[in-house]
Write a protein that binds this ligand. Sequence first.
Ligand code: NAD
Length: 499
Amino acid sequence: MTFTVKHYIHGQLTTGQSSDFLPIYNPSEGSVIGEVCRGTAQDVDAAVQAAKAMFPQWQSLSALKRARILFEFKALLEQNKSNLAALISREHGKVLADAIGEVQRGIEVVEFACGVPHLLKGSFSHTIASGMDCYDLRQPLGVCAGITPFNFPAMVSMWLFPLALACGNTFVLKPSEKDPSASIFLAELLQKAGLPDGVFNIVQGDKIVVDAILNHPDVAAVSFVGSTPVAKYIYETASSHGKRVQALGGAKNHCVVMPDADLTQAVEGIMGAAFGSAGERCMAISVVVAVGDEVGDQLATALQASIAKLVIGPSEDPASQMGPVISEAHRQKIIHYIESGIQQHAKMVVDGRQALMTKHQGFFLGATLFDHVTPQMTIYQDEIFGPVLCMVRVSDLQEAVALINHNPYANGAVIYTQQGANARYFSQHMHAGMIGINVPIPVPLAFHSFGGFKHSLFGGYHMHGEDGIRFYTRLQTISARWDYKTPAKQQHFTMPTLE
Ligand code: NAD
């Protein structure tokens, strides 16, 4: 065992009460490279108590001073971008260039959070009555918790804590147990940036830690990103304990290709969106909807040719375009899905199982393409979260939109077309949170909000952007009378009205 990833509580790395550890793999090699503490309810309590104790001091600091720490954090992230990306790539298996992109998207949320003095400004109504004004404030909530998935170990946590901290909250993070090292790297940069100890804490582990967070009376809000069944559980459990919750779930993102689309542009976009990060992205395209058989035939041929050129290899090899999947268990799950596609008579165009890497021991799988997939098939219904692309054929745009709207997931949806009227119809009628028009992965920048509809998000708030500020604050309205001239009135017992 080469290293142990610990908890980070009140500025200290600690194994806390944990006596149990979980393995960390290098998916490119298929071997265990370290271990992570499996936290307990006592560890969660220690982290929450540290965060609770620091809340009064942190929320009393001016928003400008909090932002200055985040400016410093952003500078440190820029300096350490490639080291952080290398950590992510090693434990996740995504190629280095992709990991650098992930860190960059996280940095952009920190940039947005640096503007918090402006974002927290309230409204003011002057002289609503004689000598009386009314104004509102955005107050922090207290101790906020974040529970994050394996597929973006740095970016998703940076969707959460920069805004939570900027708004004056303290924070407890529960990273994915599969690639936890990035979380400690971020904690150390925050400390170097001048964040007081206890404001940001990490408890490593699995469901035990999650349940302790959901049940802890001093946790005010929970942000979750992960699969739909867990998101639903988090939303229901945390809400029933009176916490504010945003719980982002899984996805099945469709890409409609119209007969008027630029097919070269569409194929390039689909290849990156379907097979980048081995399909392990919540905004990955997993279903292509070809409008008309001519488009379907052309796409099948072009995608097959592009897949043949896809370079699959270890994440640290600069030549690799696609790395391994996260674990052997996940690879087997994807292989079972491919087998179910064959059994249910989808047309196999490219079989990714044949590209199983024999020269590497890691969790590799090639890209798979199925054509003539129908909505009744398991490969269409389930989120596979791997390099498997399904093509469905429909006769027109209306049928495409109806098909997608029938799907319970609704994170992103994309259309390739050269006609504005098609694009407009699509965006107007599509029930999904993020729409792409000739854009394969429509992930909004930090100053817009990120989130889906239906089974892709439980709760009323999206991530970052204005919704992020709203989620991490509560509105307080103050009515104040400062009037030395008007004599005090007699007591009255009716509802006060203003004059
Ligand atoms: P996951 O749901 O298995 O795990 C997410 C987090 O929940 C982890 O920290 C994990 O330790 C914890 N967890 C797992 N099982 C739990 C349980 N039974 N009870 C309590 N906590 C539990 O997800 P994952 O495999 O890490 O990530 C992939 C999933 O995340 C995919 O479904 C993907 O679509 C989704 N995702 C969604 C978004 C989005 O923005 N909607 C973004 C990234 C990933």
